[in-house]
Design a protein around this ligand. Structure first.
Ligand code: C2E
Ligand code: CA
Ligand code: CA
Ligand code: CA
Length: 280
């Protein structure tokens, strides 16, 4: 028999049972991971496409599983969301990232105005405690609100609830900047998204991938010029090649992120990346 809806029982085939057991085990592990602080934050530079200077870093979570080793976010964030554990994980990432970046700003040459971008999931956005959490973390760490960027995927922004909208407005009124993550993957119009309180548009990697040597520039060109008209800054994700960087610079894109500049790195390596960009 097939798995039935919530609250009902069903008969499972051996294979389904195995998958179910694996999931139940992973969920228990994830719960333990929260209690035992098994998460780490890595940082990927956001680079000025023209000058190469590091203007910010995106915080990306990693799970160091005691038996299975390093687990990437795509393999546990969905489970964290469906179990509600994303709240605790997200709070850790926000606090850790703000603390790190506030520290670098006061000690690392060239990092005085470093920004930090933190990913928010739908559940966090709908949590009525989000506003006070952000306020508290900024207060604790001394990071100016204007140096914090919260990234929300296009899909989540489109499906937002009214309560989320008032949270977004309040965050923006504090000075926190909001970015539309993975733009272009959700088939929504930019003019619609612009009615939401957002400042930055992150162009999804799939568009950057299409910028091959003699490939089609028109799509990225259209996105960047529309964003510029609407007063949004643009960040291109997943830049892997110099020719993509050049093409994006010509299109007028402000900021880039991708393996071409640097992969995500552990906190210890961030200061030297900032300094190297300063002196090159
Ligand atoms: P994202 O926010 O779109 O983050 C960018 C992802 O692309 C990262 O994967 C990054 O390592 C990868 N990337 C960056 N440059 C390149 C490139 O040049 N080439 C390729 N192939 N990939 C590149 P990562 O770290 O595995 O994160 C995956 C997703 O997991 C993120 O996508 C984000 O949606 C989610 N995520 C990560 N950390 C958090 C978090 O703290 N909270 C929440 N809610 N989601 C998170
Ligand atoms: Ca992101
Ligand atoms: Ca993204
Ligand atoms: Ca993505």
């Amino acid at each position: 028999a097939k798995a039935a809806g919530k609250g009902t029982y069903a008969i499972y085939s051996p294979l389904m049972l195995e998958a179910l057991e694996a999931r139940v085990k992973l969920e228990a592990d994830l719960r333990r991971a929260v209690e035992q602080h098994q998460f780490r934050v890595v940082y990927q530079p956001l680079v000025d496409i023209g000058t190469g200077s590091v203007n910010g870093v995106e915080a990306l979570v990693r799970w160091h599983h005691p038996e299975r080793g390093l687990i990437g976010p795509v393999d546990f964030i969905p489970l964290a969301e469906s179990t509600g554990l994303i709240g605790a994980i997200g709070e850790y990432v926000l606090r850790e990232a703000c603390q790190q970046v506030a520290g670098w700003r006061s000690t690392v040459p060239g990092a005085e105005n470093l920004r930090v971008s933190v990913n928010l999931s739908a559940q966090q956005l709908e949590d009525p405690g989000l506003l006070s959490l952000v306020t508290q973390v900024l207060q604790e760490t001394g990071l100016p609100a204007t140096s914090l960027v919260l990234e929300i995927t296009e899909g989540v922004l489109v499906n937002h609830h009214e309560a989320a909208l008032s949270t977004l407005n309040a965050l923006r009124a504090m000075g926190v900047r909001l970015a539309i993550d993975d733009f272009g993957t959700g088939y929504s119009s930019l003019s619609y998204l612009h009615r939401l309180p957002v400042d930055i548009l992150k162009i999804d990697k799939s568009f950057v991938d299409r910028l091959s040597d003699n490939g089609d520039l028109s799509l990225v060109d259209a996105i960047v010029s529309m964003a510029t008209t609407l007063g949004l800054a643009t960040v291109a994700e997943g830049i892997e090649h110099e020719h993509q960087r050049t093409a994006l610079q010509i299109q007028g894109c402000d900021t880039g992120q991708g393996y071409h500049f640097s992969p995500p790195v552990s906190a210890e390596l961030v200061p030297e990346l900032v300094v190297a960009a300063l002196t090159s």
